[in-house]
Design a binder for this molecule. Sequence first.
Ligand code: G6P
Length: 612
Amino acid sequence: MCGIVAYIGKQQSYPIILEGLKRLEYRGYDSAGVSILNHEIKTVKKKGKVSELEAAAISTNLEGTVGIGHTRWATHGKPDDINAHPHVSGNGRLSLIHNGIIENYSTLKKALEKIGHTFTSETDTEVLVHLIEEYQNKENLRLDQAVRRALEKAVGAYAIVVIDRENPDILVGARKSSPLVLGIGDDEFFLASDASPIIKYTNKAIYLKDEEIVTVSKNGEYEIINLYNEVQHPAVQELDLKLEELEKEGYEHFMLKEIYQQPVTIHESMRGRINAEDGWVIVGGMQQYMNRIMNAKRIIMAACGTSWHSALVAEYLFEELAGIPVEVEYASEFRYRNPIINQDDVVIVISQSGETADTLAALELAKEKGALVYGIVNVVGSSIARNTHCGSYTHAGPEIGVASTKAFTSQLTVLTLMALNLGYKRGQIPENTYRQLLYAMEDIPARVQKVLEQDQKVKYIAGEIKDYNNALYLGRGYNFPVALEGALKLKEISYIHAEGYPAAEMKHGPIALIDDKMPVIVIATNKSAYDKVASNIQEVKARKGTVISIVTEGDTKIREMSDYSIEIPETEEPLTPLLSVIPLQLLAYHIAVMRGCNVDQPRNLAKSVTVE
Ligand code: G6P
């Protein structure tokens, strides 16, 4: 949530920052701003997207080799020009960008007002820049020390970067609970919320840890201290990211590119972890703790959004294949209960970004209570990846469309492999079933490709139902969470109200909504509940609902009952979510495009929710 980027070096900073902000726009896009330092600080900020900032900045001379930029997802204060970042200190000397929330801002603000500070915005951020100013003035501190003193007083989450007119050769950044990456070039430095604005210039980086403060200077030096004023010496890492991964590569939207990447990304998630011919599945992250995981009395999974849907599928997978009881929790609820967590529990946290604040907090809580915490994360080096005891990367590559697609199927892939690995070790799966599942798993990428070949048909159906205001998604068993995910995709990007339900629950409420204006999308691929789902379809038809069914290739019975059908190849039932979700992603995508919605940046949403 909120993207920050800063540059200091020999190049013009504004073009680098502007490009960086465009890459970070997935993190928030309700307003944007820059401050460029060149003897004086020039600030331009604007409500709306980065392109609106770019247009507004045309008439301003933004030359200078030091600068900061911000794209915002509003928390405190409405999205407008004034609340947009950067925020400038009362004396005009400092300018600051911030991602996170300063929870005690109102106490700090009152105290600062008492000693003469006046504020122009409604944001928590402005308090921070005034507090730094106060320490600079009162105690005549160096910028990093003034930042340190101010952050000692701040409660909450932050990634910040500050520039100082009187110290034009340095930038100071700091983080706690919100990510900040330092990119190290040749006599130039970058600070950003993630590596995407940096990779074009350097692949050397340091992921700052919580409560670290970095000072970078034009002479090519940097120093990192912590809040306790101790010098830190973190290792420099090599970024494993390619620039083309951040481009649309000919697709109209990132979301479409990411949907189409799934045969490859699922393969990447499996690579080196499975070999059907030789009969093994090994999920590296589990090996060191295998005994503890195998003997877990219970597995708790905590996540948010689409990642929570992956956890729901995993509940079926782990219980059926590994025989371990699973509880699935919304991370945001889990952290604020007093959940009973025992030392023989294993907590699995799932997150694409690895930065979701609630999931991170759930992780910390589980650790405090003595559970082993396993992370399933896409973004390498992210906070969740770093703070778990062990885990697996999903290797899906950068996901930029706000609505998650390839991250979901890569999470499912890793979770399926984990369930298979555990199930086999625990002697839960008969040898022949195990082998069948392994072969079926290896064949999933090819089958996903076949589903993608149905895209034109999905697009046609999208055209038929795009004008409805509601939709119902039904599924059973493994496909119930897929129904939830299909509904979420439609809500997120087309703003159509949609609900996902277990098919049999329809009779307990949603059936009252069904009439000729209600499209009902039914995932009808389960062999185990085939007839039951067929009956549910009849019930919808009897009430004039429009039925769109997702069926197994060759199915004629349900196809004939339905108004429209999309076929997916046959596979083993536990693996069907990997296929059945694809047409639902495409359906949501096409409907959103047809309704003229901004598919990659849907209103009010952000990809990485780093605030509670
Ligand atoms: C936001 C995103 C969703 C995502 C959720 C959890 O709401 O818009 O697409 O599923 O956060 O994010 P995570 O990065 O933890 O998977």
